[in-house]
Design a protein around this ligand. Structure first.
Ligand code: PGA
Length: 265
C-alpha cells in the first residue's frame, strides 16, 4: 500500500488530480470509478480546473460510481447522479451516456440491477482507477461494517451512524434514504488502482484501523490491504492516529523520486 501524508485537503486534491491526469495522459479512454460525498469535491473542482486549462479531456472516458440511493430518482437533487452532474459531468467534456451509477428502479429486481452493473463494468474492461472516500466507521462505498469482503454490487441498508453523518445534507422534513445500491468490496478490489482519499480528524480512527489494523469486515476499508495497487492519500489530520507515520513519510519521499523519473502508471 502506498501511504501519502500531505499538509491539507487541497494538497490531497492536487495529488489525486495529478494521478488522474497521468492516467488519462497514457490512456485517454480510461475507466474511472468515482465516489460522492464531501471528500472528493475538491478533486472534482481541480479536474474541472485542469479541463478548463485544456490539460485534461474526458471525451473518451467512461465512469462507474460506487453507489446510488435506492428510491431516489436520478433527477432528484439528492441523487448521486445529480451530485455527479453538478460537480463534474456538466463541467467537463464527458459524454454523459458513458457515465454509470448503480441504479435500481422501483420495479426492478435489485439482484438483476446489481448483476447488470457488474456486467457493465466487466464489458468496459474493468476499472482503471477507483476513487474512494472512507466513512467514520470504515465503510467504502456503502459497504458498512460486517459487509462481506467477497461482496459484489448489491443493495445495502445504511447504518444509523452513516445516516447521521449524511443528515447534514438533507433539509428539514426532507426524506433521507437509508438504503443504497453499492459496488461490493470484491468489485472495488478488482480495480487496477484504488485511491482512497481522507481528510479531517473525524476520519483518523477509521484510517488507522484500515491501514494498521487487521483485515476485517468490521472495517471494510481494511480490505484494501488485499489490493495489489492501492494508495491512501491523507491530510495530516486524517493521518494523526497512524503509529508508523514517520516511516510512511520517508517511504513516500523515496517513492516520489522514482515516480518523478518513471511515472506512476
Ligand atoms: P465524506 O464521506 O467524504 O462525505 O466524508 C465519505 C464516505 O462516507 O465514504
Amino acid at each position: 500500500m502506498e501511504i501519502v501524508v500531505l499538509s491539507d485537503p487541497n494538497a490531497v486534491a492536487d495529488f489525486a488530480a495529478a494521478r488522474v491526469c497521468e492516467l488519462l495522459d497514457g490512456k485517454p479512454a480510461a475507466v474511472l470509478g468515482l465516489a460522492t460525498g464531501n471528500t472528493p469535491l475538491r478533486l472534482y473542482a481541480k479536474l474541472v480546473e485542469l479541463h478548463r486549462a485544456a490539460k485534461i479531456s474526458f471525451r473518451e472516458v467512461r465512469t462507474f460510481n460506487l453507489d446510488e440511493y435506492l428510491g431516489v430518482a436520478p433527477d432528484d437533487p439528492q441523487s448521486y447522479r445529480s451530485y455527479m452532474q453538478r460537480e463534474l459531468f456538466a463541467k467537463v467534456d464527458i459524454d454523459v451516456s458513458n457515465t454509470y451509477l448503480p441504479v435500481c428502479g422501483e420495479h426492478d429486481d435489485p439482484r438483476d440491477a446489481s448483476a447488470d452493473y457488474e456486467g457493465r463494468i466487466r464489458d468496459a474492461g474493468g476499472i482503471d482507477l477507483q476513487v474512494l472516500g472512507i466513512g467514520r466507521n470504515g465503510h467504502i462505498g456503502f459497504n458498512e461494517p460486517t459487509s462481506s469482503l467477497a461482496s459484489r454490487t448489491r443493495v445495502k441498508t445504511l447504518t444509523a451512524d452513516t445516516v447521521a453523518a449524511n443528515s447534514r445534507l438533507f433539509g428539514e422534513g426532507e426524506r433521507q434514504p437509508d438504503m443504497a445500491m453499492t459496488m461490493g468490496i470484491a468489485t472495488i478490489l478488482d480495480s487496477r488502482y484504488a485511491m482512497l482519499l481522507a481528510t479531517g480528524t473525524e476520519k483518523a480512527r477509521a484510517v488507522g484501523a484500515a491501514i494498521e489494523g487487521a483485515v476485517s469486515a468490521m472495517c471494510p476499508a481494511s480490505a484494501l490491504q488485499l489490493h495489489p495497487n492501492a494508495s491512501f492519500i491523507l491530510d495530516e489530520a486524517a493521518a494523526a492516529e497512524l503509529a508508523g507515520i514517520e516511516h510512511y513519510r520517508s517511504v513516500h519521499a523515496e517513492n516520489s523520486r522514482l515516480t518523478t523519473k518513471f511515472g506512476f502508471f
